[in-house]
Design a protein around this ligand. Structure first.
Ligand code: ZN
Length: 504
């Protein structure tokens, strides 16, 4: 009979093999979203489905259950803080979730997601919610079945949320987001009432794409993305993906008439990439080298994009370089004009274009609506009216069309329920971590002003990246800041910064 050490090795090898197959699928998906001609789409879908089936087989093999049972009783699991205990605990969690879902439901969810996205794209194009409604009704029904199969204590929404944010609950998300809402709405109102208005027109001048790429790469490299172990390519909807140890891909898009689009996407994705590059390479394929959760991942991208990339000290270093890179657009422009412009706040209809202040209200609206749909308190037929009502209530604007309203995001059509809150929680984690980093290391302004970002990056490596999934999001934020997730650090930072920009 094999020793426990040998069993543990078998367990890790099995997980690494699943990760190997999955990494091939990621490469195909990266190619699909950056290089592939659209005519390759149908066969690519077959390739992806084949590989995801193989990965699922590897992850649900019955012998994994036997190994986990054996190891649970062994010395390897005895000390909860040890690396081996963490791996056993996390692989048990993953395995139990995967085997609870019947294969037929998994396949139906996948098929419906593909058809749902097609129906959504057509409905959005035609500005006709009715075209999407039957598929969305079916998706909500399937997600409720999925939640029932996964199991939950309080609300089926918790089962869905847990897939992106392990251990998180709707009650806690609600608590944090309501606190944020109560503090945020008066700030948005004060900004709207302010007579100070940044002039953002400088950001819509000519920004040649080649110069944007060079400048963006320089900025990503200086904050710490390692281009010897990564690349930057062009796509429609920017993302970051890891294809294997020391191979992290960033993507962005460029608009020759917009400074913001390309550069802030690059900083955002580089933030994700720096996290991925900070995970331990030698453990690739097991939970010690995997990211904690979607919200923790988003905290890393948002911190480099917002707390760092939209700070004055960051631009005291980078603005002269930007003026050299874009002389036609920026010569003669004052740093303060530029800084105010990149921090303009404007309640708007579209989530992905929203500023740092109003963004979280877009998420709150989606959280309330999707939770109500999953809990059967809101029927899909009533969704467009409910959407418009919430936009009027929280942001004071009513979408003129469903295309710019309820049909703007792909998520629900793809079956992503419980995903939206991770964006707002990412913003909150970013603020809480950044506040703690400043407590630990002192104010960063002096070093940012000199183009030095290594101190913050190393702090993130030590506190977050190197641990992989060893700690849950809730444990991580407690370990780092000594407190649970709160809206207060973000609100303090927003009030301080936008109070100055808007003279409040
Ligand atoms: Zn992101």
């Amino acid at each position: 009979m094999a020793s426990h050490d040998e069993t543990y090795q078998l367990l890790c090898d099995q997980a690494k093999e699943a990760a190997l197959i999955d990494s091939i699928q990621q490469l195909l998906e990266w190619d699909e979203r950056t290089k592939m001609p659209s005519t390759g789409g149908a066969y690519r879908a077959d390739q992806a489905a084949y590989l995801s089936g193989l990965t699922h087989q590897k992850q649900t093999d019955a012998k994994i259950g036997g190994w986990l049972d054996e190891l649970a009783e062994s010395s390897l699991a005895a000390k909860p803080d040890s690396q081996t205990a963490a791996v056993i605990r996390l692989l048990r969690r993953d395995y139990d979730k995967k085997v609870r879902l019947p294969q037929s439901l998994v396949e139906e969810l996948t098929r419906t997601a593909v058809r749902g996205q097609q129906a959504w794209a057509e409905a959005r194009e035609a500005d006709d919610f009715a075209k999407f409604r039957p598929l969305l009704e079916k998706t909500v029904d399937l997600k409720r079945q999925e939640a029932a199969a996964l199991g939950y204590e309080t609300t089926p929404y918790d089962a869905l949320l847990d897939q992106y944010e392990p251990g998180e609950t709707a009650a806690n998300v609600g608590r944090v987001l309501m606190g944020l809402r109560d503090a945020l709405v008066p700030l948005v109102q004060a900004i709207s009432d302010s007579s100070t208005r940044p002039d953002a027109s400088v950001l819509a001048r000519e920004y040649p794409v080649v110069a944007q790429e060079t400048f963006g790469k320089q900025a990503a490299a200086e904050i710490g993305f390692d281009f010897d172990a990564g690349r930057l390519d062009v796509t429609h909807h920017p993302f970051c993906v890891t294809l294997g140890p020391r191979d992290v891909r960033l993507t962005t898009r460029y608009d020759p008439r917009s400074f913001n689009d390309g550069l802030f996407s690059i900083l955002h994705e580089a933030g994700h990439g720096i996290y991925e590059q900070g995970l331990p390479d030698d453990q690739f394929g097991i939970p010690l080298a995997e990211f904690v959760s979607m919200a923790i991942h988003e905290s890393q991208s948002r911190m480099w994009e917002n707390q760092v990339g939209r700070s004055r000290s960051f631009w005291e270093y980078f603005f002269p370089l930007a003026q050299k890179a874009f002389p036609a657009a920026l010569n003669g422009v004052e740093l303060s004009t530029f800084y105010d412009a990149i921090n303009e706040v404007q309640p708007s209809l579209i989530r992905v274009e929203a500023d740092e202040v109003t963004y979280n209200l877009h998420i709150l609206i989606r959280f309330e609506l999707e939770k109500a749909m999953i809990e059967d308190d809101l029927q899909v037929a009533d969704l467009p009216a409910a959407w418009n009502e919430k936009y009027e209530h929280y942001l004071g604007i009513v979408p003129p069309s469903d295309a710019d309203g309820v049909l703007q995001d792909v998520h629900w059509s793809a079956g992503l329920f419980g995903y939206f809150p991770t964006y707002a929680m990412g913003n909150l984690y970013a603020a809480q971590f950044f506040a703690q980093a400043q407590k630990d290391l002192g104010d960063f302004d002096a070093s940012f002003r000199q183009g030095k970002f290594g101190e913050l990056r190393e702090w993130l490596r030590t506190k977050i990246h190197q641990h992989g999934r060893r700690y849950s999001p809730a444990q991580l934020v407690e370990r780092i800041s000594g407190a649970p997730l709160s809206h207060e650090p973000l609100m303090e930072q927003l009030q301080e910064k936008f109070g100055k920009v808007y003279g409040l």
